[in-house]
Design a protein around this ligand. Sequence first.
Ligand SMILES: CSCCC(=O)C(=O)COP(=O)(O)O
Ligand SMILES: [Mg+2]
Length: 247
Amino acid sequence: MTDLADRSPEETDLTVTHPVEAVLLDIEGTVTPISLVRDSLFPYARARLADFVAEHGADPAVQAILAQTRELEPEADPVATLLRWSDLDQKVTPLKTIQGLIWREGYAAGDLIAQFYPEVPEALTFWKQEGLPLYVYSSGSEEAQRGIFGHSQAGDLVPLFSGFYDTRFGPKRDSASYDAIRAEIGLPAGLILFLSDVEAELDAAAAAGFRTCQLVREADGTVPSTRHPVAADLHEVSRLFTLPQPA
Ligand SMILES: CSCCC(=O)C(=O)COP(=O)(O)O
Ligand SMILES: [Mg+2]
């Protein structure tokens, strides 16, 4: 393995010669229904946003969010900007950061529960038990990622993961983001499998040399890709890529 770490995918076609050695997962539409984020998490954060800023305005983390918001939209009130970004589902770091903080309170208050697709907790647990390192790359902040995986229907899934990557690594449709994540993971891109429902994200990951698979979730109405392998659930991913699966 180590001798491969210095080689580029062009030097050796890892997708043919080597099994997948790590999995990088998107969240919305891949391991959770889109409706969880669109109809539950986003409206919850939007409804709480102004009060949250009023209550936590002295907190340095909130001050930093407001300062970053003002930098991006200097003329506008930062709370109004955050609300507008929320309405437009903008993947902007200050919005994603404050959403993560609001959801943390929501989980702690028992207002929120994260319902993953049914096979997800068992499949991820099995992959991890069998020695496959797991990582997350989502537009949701690291805090939000820890929150959602920490409050699944099967309990706390956070210990299954070796790293959480968010918009601080760049936009998900930009191949440079995957280069940065690959460098953090420390494996050749050709040994890392990226799972997402969004074809443009898979295209960006593939351009960076990752292996890719699209999750086509019937409930989300995902349009199947013609450029990437497709799977209906994580069990099918296991079969397609010869990953560990329960007997
Ligand atoms: C951490 S759950 C909320 C996900 C989120 O905020 C979002 O914008 C969806 O992003 P993803 O990259 O998971 O599709
Ligand atoms: Mg997604």
